[in-house]
Design a binder for this molecule. Sequence first.
Ligand code: G3P
Ligand code: MG
Length: 255
Amino acid sequence: MRPLLRLPPVIGHRGAAGRAPENTLAGLHRAARLGASWVEFDVRLSADGAPVVMHDPTLKRTTGAPGRVSTTPMETLASLDAGAWFDPCFAGETIPSLEAAIACVRDLGLGANVELKPAPGRAAALVENSLRAIARAVRAGRGRPPPPPLLLSSTSRTILDAVRRLAPELPRGLVAHHVPRDWRSAAVRLGCASLHVSAPSLTPARVREIKSAGLWLAVFTVNDPRRAGIFWEWGVDSIFSDFPDLLLAARRGCG
Ligand code: G3P
Ligand code: MG
């Protein structure tokens, strides 16, 4: 069953990670300016339980700071520069809270795939606190145009199961680097509307199989427009890309 979800052919990966620092508000704005209708971003929990938008478990690559997201308080995370590493013109960009990111995509009219990263021993807190942050952001936008669609995804089945129990109305996606043997039964059990898999793990036969099960199929991460064209031909619904503009141009036939 996939009534409420409609995935677009291109989803900006971590915002538009090839064009602006990943998982920042500047990246979400850039994705919108490049024509993306949806973005994906990653969420982890700070030491004090705040859901923040961050891909890596450690801070080094995107902020230069030592330590881990999970052992650093939100106040410290919010003080780090998450933009300068990408380009000095993005200096001052911060690690956004999930609430700020949801408010931002709502303002921009972007659909959002919120990927909840595995949180050993803290899955329940990650889900509960993320759902609260989403609810706060949606409440704050009441009276304005309807919020754009949200899709919560994870590689963690514990996380997806908790989302299913606590917010069954939110569409869920199972993320896998390799298509798992039990993808069909797992998707049914977790009530997933979509399967998100890495590009090398797909074959035309596998795409047909997944599509015939009634799931949306999204593939990550593809930056070469010609390769994207092959996946669309196979029947893939949606492609995560760091350069959504390049894929959108190819989709329009002018790439
Ligand atoms: O959700 C799709 C994709 O983002 C998964 O890979 O490592 O970029 O989060 P990663
Ligand atoms: Mg991701």
